[in-house]
Each structure stands twice: as C-alpha cells, then as structure tokens.
Design a protein around this ligand. Structure first.
Ligand code: GDP
Length: 540
C-alpha cells in the first residue's frame, strides 16, 4: 500500500556520499553544497562547525586530542525542493570500516578526483564498494583552476583502473595552457572561468551564469576563446563523439557508466552544471532486497537497518548511538518498532536527525533519511527494524582489514574483562578479532581497516573495561574469510598443518586465514584449490 504524500516525500530524497582520497576537496565540495542549498551563509562554516560539533559531542578524549571526527556524520539539507542526505565518509586517519558501511546506506555516490592526481588509493577502495552495490556514481574532477592532467588521460584512467565507462557531460576548455571553462555537451552551454571573479566569490554559494550557444560553430566561441581555443575544443568534442556512445541512463543507474564533470569547488566553478544533472539523474531511494523479496521505498510498511553504531557519545551514560537508514515507509516519533533479530518490540529513544551537523529531534522521517537513535545495547550492525514485518535486509559485509596487531595484556589477572570487552567491541563492529581455532587462550590478533580503529580499541578497553593492553607487531598484511567450494566444513587443524599463512576464526567463529604478504596469499590460492578466499564476510 502506498499513499501520495509518502510517495512525494520519498521521491524528493537523495541519499548519497562523496567518495574521494584525502585532499581532493571533499570538505570544500560539501561546504559548497550546503552553501548552494542555502543552509550555511559563508564558506568556512563546515570546518568551523566541525570544531564546534566535536566540542559538543566530545565523546572521546581521543577524538579531541586528534582533532578529528571518528564518527560518520550525516548532513541533511534542502536543495531546490529536494531533501539531500549527504553521508560523510571519513578519510585521513579516521578511515575505517564505518566508511565502507556508510556506502551501504546510500543510493548513489559522487566520486571526487583531483585533476592533477586522478584515481588515488582511497578512491579506489571506496569505489569498489559502490560497484559491488551497483549504485550510480557521478564523477567530479576538481581543481581545474590548477595545472592538472590531460582530461582524456583522466577519462582513460577511470575507465581502465576502475573498469567503468565514463561519459563527460561537461568538458574543459583550454587556450594555451590556461583553463578557460567548461562546455556542456548536452545543453550546448559554455561556462567561462574568470579567475579574478572566482577569487572574489570564493565564499559565495552561486556562480556566474553560463552562455547558451547554438553549438560548437557559434561565432561567440571564437570571440571568447580565439581561433586556437575553439579549434582545440572542436577537435576534442569530435574525438569524444567518436569515442563514446550517447548517454545511457540504464547503464548509469547500475553504476556501469559515470557522468563526468569538470570544475573547481573552491572557486564555485562547474558546480551548477554538476548539480543540475545530479538533481535530475540521481535516483530517489529505490526498492531494496529483503529476505521476502523487493520492498519499494514508498511502501507504507516502515523498514530500516542499522549501518553504524557509535559508542559513548555521551560519556555520562554508557549509551551507544545507532545510525539507522530508513528503507521504506514513514517514521513517526514514538511509533513502535519491531527489532527482527531479537523479535522484540521497542520504541526508538531520542531519534535524531542532522541538519548540517546540528542535531534535532525528529518527528517524522521517510525512506532515504538517516536517524541516530539511542541504543541501550540491543542493536548490531545490519539489524533490520520494521513496523511489525518479519523480514531482514541483506547483511552488510565485513571488510578485509589492512592493519594488524597482536594484542598483549599488561595485567594477566584481567583476562575475563579483556575477553568480555574485546568480544563486545568486535561484535559492535569496531574491530576484527582473530583467535586460534583450537585453544581459546592463544594469541589474539586484531585487524582493522584503519589504523585508528586499533587505537580506539586500546582506549576503550581501558576506559570502559579497565583493561590495559599494548600491541605487538605481527607479520600479517592480508586476511581472507575462507570457505570450501563444496560447502563442507573446513578441517582447520589440518589446514593449519599446511603452514601456509595463519589459520584463525573471527568473533563469529567463521574461519579466516591471515597472510604475511600477497605472495603467500597467492600461494594459498594456488595450493588450496578447494577453498574460496573472500575479501568480505557476510553476517557481521
Ligand atoms: P578533503 O581532504 O578532501 O576534505 O579536502 P579539502 O576540501 O580540505 O581540500 C584540500 C585542499 O584543496 C584545501 O587546501 C582546499 O582549499 C583545496 N581545494 C579544494 N578545492 C579546490 C579547487 O577547486 N582548486 C584549488 N586550487 N584548491 C582546492
């Protein structure tokens, strides 16, 4: 069953993330989106607010010390009648499994590239998650005001490194080595870049209007760009036409082809064109797979899942906050929620929404929205919440860690507390825990997607469980979940005797192998043909 208001509300929601490598300009772009949306008045506010917000939440001294946000924040802002939900994907030192999980809560992504650097390591990792989910991806090439790589080279790199098609909707214009603007290939518009104007409007939330041209033969182009500039643009446009197909929206919807835009976030340049296509093409929340079939976002049944749990936001209480993505229906404050895993009914306490990092209690929310709710300890990552329905969403996978340490206890008498603490933190999804399959008392190895997760665990074990630990290096750089091709259980003792890598089980007793390097992983793949080596595990 659906109703018109619900359908309308769902349709105007765009829930997305920006994926990029640190320094590509994510903060700057986010700030500009908020400026264009009229949410903030002056550029610079996001960073300033970031400082303030962490002073308010202050949930961990570690967060304060580092001056970084460990949490995935959610920003909701209006834009031209739409409700944008921008989910932050922390990078820098606070890159973690949460960053990946957030991509399971979005319906699309903007891949932001630095024009001088192209596809960088972190972009690649985040892209892979988007690709697995087959969500649409926009590409924005930033910092065009600076000398960068040849645009054809960038297109080629995205196509070859990421294995996705690219359709440039805008194309950069150069005269000599100077960036002069972009040409909108579909709308036949020229956006001229004026460095002086751009500088004076850096803190603004709008840009100079484009010039409509009749096509690439328009005499205005020659007047503005000179003979040489126009010739280059025409030649390149011809090459693009010859090389590419017309824009295929169904291939875009499945993430197989990415519309590409060029511009400069800090200079308010090229964002209008990008935002116009983005608001047009970025899909509203689409049907999601459940254990009982597809569920439409505007179905009147309420459904949601937990994609992130953040502990100790408020140090006075031992509470945790669960971040919940609504997948269908309407949420009303105070409504009864069915927690499918435990088969319990509950009410969500203090459901909170996030408006550009200011928090407010939410009365109503719709599919596409994200709520932060107080978690008295009942939620786990991936939990499904409904208004009574007995079905679940697909699991959010665990992602293979890249940082490993052996855990060493400073005080052997606290073994019990340690076991409890580490088990809870691993179940919460803060860390991957590996223990020997035979003796539960053997060495524990911890694995994390980001180095900071390991420090967080050390801090929280002391702070919350009173256990001091330290880390020792371990000769391990890859972990793979393993299973037999024939579905039979693995004889872990026998596998350990093969002495290829370290055999262990994770917190859910799923078999894992740890490898010192790629060569060892390759050996295992070669020598153990009965096994499948998976980078992600389902059922966190
Ligand atoms: P993040 O790490 O991806 O969040 O990147 P920031 O938004 O903090 O930007 C990194 C640096 O690049 C900052 O010094 C920005 O001022 C700068 N920057 C962002 N966008 C542009 C741009 O379009 N052109 C130039 N020249 N610099 C930019």
């Amino acid at each position: 069953m659906t109703d018109a208001v619900l359908t309308h509300e769902v349709k105007r929601r765009k829930t997305f993330a920006i994926i990029s490598h640190p320094d590509a300009g994510k903060t700057t772009l986010t700030e500009k989106l908020l400026l264009y949306g009229g949410v903030i008045q002056l550029a610079g506010a996001v960073k300033a607010k970031r400082g303030r917000a962490s002073a308010v939440s202050d949930w961990m001294a570690l967060e304060r010390e580092r001056g970084i946000s460990i949490t995935t924040s959610v920003m909701q802002f209006p834009y031209r009648g739409l409700q944008m939900n921008l989910l932050d994907t922390p990078g820098h030192a606070d890159f973690s499994e949460d960053t990946y999980r957030t991509l399971h809560a979005v319906d699309g992504a903007v891949m932001l590239l630095d024009s001088a650097k192209g596809v960088e390591a972190q972009t690649k990792k985040l892209f892979r998650v988007c690709r697995q989910r087959k969500i649409p991806i926009f590409t924005f090439v930033n910092k065009m005001d600076r000398p960068g790589r040849d645009p054809f080279e960038l297109v080629g790199e995205v196509e070859s490194v990421l294995g996705i098609g690219v359709y440039p909707i805008t194309w950069p214009i150069f005269t000599g080595g100077t960036f002069r603007g972009v040409y909108h290939r579909l709308a036949h518009r020229v956006y001229l870049f004026d460095a002086e104007f751009a500088k004076s409007s850096q803190s603004a939330g709008a840009e100079a209007p484009p010039v409509k041209v009749s096509g690439l033969d328009d005499p205005m182009l020659e007047r503005e760009l000179g003979e040489e500039g126009v010739k280059r643009l025409r030649d390149e446009a011809e090459l693009l036409e010859a090389a590419g197909d017309s824009f295929d929206s169904s291939r875009f919807a499945t993430g197989d082809v990415s519309p590409m835009f060029f511009g400069s976030a800090i200079n308010n340049f090229g964002l209008e064109a990008f935002l116009e296509s983005f608001t047009d093409m970025m899909p509203a929340p689409s049907p999601r797979a459940t254990s009982t079939g597809l569920l439409a976002a505007d179905d009147s049944q309420f459904s949601a899942f937990v994609f992130k749990i953040q502990a100790n936001m408020d140090r006075a209480h031992r509470d945790r906050v669960a971040f919940v993505r609504i997948c269908s229906g309407r949420f009303d404050r105070g409504m009864k929620i069915h927690h499918v895993r435990t088969k319990r009914d509950l009410r969500l306490a203090n459901p909170t929404q996030f408006l550009a990092q200011d928090r407010s209690i939410v009365e109503q929310a719709y599919a596409g929205d994200v709520l932060g709710v107080y978690d008295p300890g009942v939620f786990e990552i991936g939990d499904t919440l409904t208004d009574g329905g007995d079905f679940t969403f697909e699991d959010i996978p665990s992602f293979a860690p890249e940082h490993f340490s052996r855990l060493v206890m400073a005080d052997p008498l606290k073994r019990k507390q340690l076991a409890k603490g580490i088990e809870q933190l691993a179940q919460e999804g803060t860390i991957q825990l590996y223990r020997p399959p035979d003796a539960r008392a053997g060495d524990i190895i911890l694995g994390a997607v980001g180095q900071l997760q390991l420090e967080v665990v050390k801090y929280r074990l002391k702070d919350e469980y009173g256990v001091e630990i330290r880390y020792e290096g371990v000769n391990c750089s890859f972990a793979r979940w393993i299973s037999r091709r024939d579905g039979q259980p693995i004889d872990l003792q026998a596998l350990a005797r093969e002495r290829i890598g370290t055999v262990a089980v994770d917190v859910r007793d799923r078999p894992v192998m740890l490898f010192a390097g790629e060569w060892q992983l390759n050996t295992a793949v070669r020598e153990l043909p009965d096994l499948v080596f998976a980078e992600t595990a389902h059922g966190v």
